[in-house]
Design a protein around this ligand. Structure first.
Ligand SMILES: N[C@@H](CCC(=O)N[C@@H](CS)C(=O)NCC(=O)O)C(=O)O
Length: 213
C-alpha cells in the first residue's frame, strides 16, 4: 500500500492526492505537518517538506518527482501530455507555478490565513499589496498567455491544469481571487479545475481540515 506523508491544505500534497485518486490507486495518508522538525520525518525527506511517498521500499519526496513516478508506474489515465512539445510546456507550467507563483500565493495565504489563526498576529498588508500589485501580475500575464481561453490547457485534464490552479486555490482561502476581467482565461481555468470531480472531492476534505465553512 502506498503511504503519502502530508496534510490537507498543502498545494503540493493536493497534487499527489488528486493524481492518486484519478488513477484509482489506493493509498493511506500519514499525517505529517510541515515545519515540524520531526526527526523521523527528516529521515524520509531531509528537507522536511511535504509531501513524501513510500511505496514498497521506494521513498520519494517532492510533488513533481512523485507525480512523475506515478505517471510512469501507473500510466492510465495519463496526467501529462504525450506530445513532447506539449509535455515540455506542461513541465514548465508545473515548475513555474510550483515555484515562484506558489511562493507568492503562499505569502498571501500565510499573511492573511495562517498568521491571524496560528500566531494571533495581524497580516503584513504592505507585503500582501506588494505581492498582489507588483509581483503577481507579470506571472498572471504569462499564465493568461498559456490559457486556451476555455477548456483544459492540453485538451484533457493534466497536472499542468492542477499546478496552475493550485496556488490560487490557497490564495482564495485568504480572500484573493484572480481578477477575471483582466485575466479571463486564467480565472476560467481555475474555476474549471475547482469543479473537476476529483479536485472538488479533495477540496471538501481540505475545507474540513482547515476549518473552513
Ligand atoms: N517542491 C516541493 C515543495 C514542497 C513544499 O514546499 N511543501 C511545504 C508545504 S506546502 C512545506 O513542507 N514547507 C515546509 C518547509 O519549507 O520547511 C514539492 O513540489 O513538493
Amino acid at each position: 500500500m502506498i503511504s503519502v506523508y502530508g496534510v490537507h491544505g498543502s498545494p503540493f500534497v493536493r497534487k499527489v492526492f488528486i493524481a492518486l485518486d484519478i488513477k484509482g490507486i489506493p493509498y493511506e495518508v500519514v499525517p505529517q505537518m510541515p515545519f515540524s522538525g520531526d526527526k523521523d520525518y527528516l529521515a524520509i525527506n531531509p528537507l522536511g517538506k511535504i509531501p513524501a511517498l513510500i511505496n514498497d521500499g521506494l521513498t520519494l519526496s517532492d510533488s513533481k518527482v512523485i507525480c512523475r513516478y506515478l505517471e510512469s508506474a501507473y500510466p492510465e489515465p495519463a496526467l501529462y501530455p504525450g506530445d513532447p512539445a506539449a509535455r515540455a510546456r506542461a513541465d514548465w507550467l508545473e515548475e513555474l507555478c510550483g515555484g515562484a507563483v506558489a511562493e507568492m500565493a503562499a505569502g498571501i495565504f500565510f499573511q492573511r490565513f495562517m498568521r491571524p489563526r496560528a500566531f494571533k498576529q495581524e497580516p503584513d498588508e504592505e507585503l500582501i499589496a506588494k505581492i498582489i500589485n507588483d509581483r503577481l501580475p507579470p506571472m498572471l500575464d504569462h499564465l493568461e498567455g498559456h490559457s486556451s481561453g476555455g477548456g483544459w490547457l492540453f485538451g484533457d485534464f493534466t497536472m499542468a491544469d492542477l499546478s496552475v490552479a493550485s496556488p490560487f486555490i490557497n490564495a482564495s482561502y485568504a480572500g484573493y481571487e484572480v481578477d477575471s476581467s483582466r485575466w479571463p482565461g486564467l480565472a476560467a481555468l481555475i474555476a474549471e479545475v475547482r469543479a473537476h470531480p476529483a479536485v472538488a472531492a479533495v477540496l471538501v476534505k481540505e475545507a474540513k481540515a482547515l476549518g473552513m465553512p
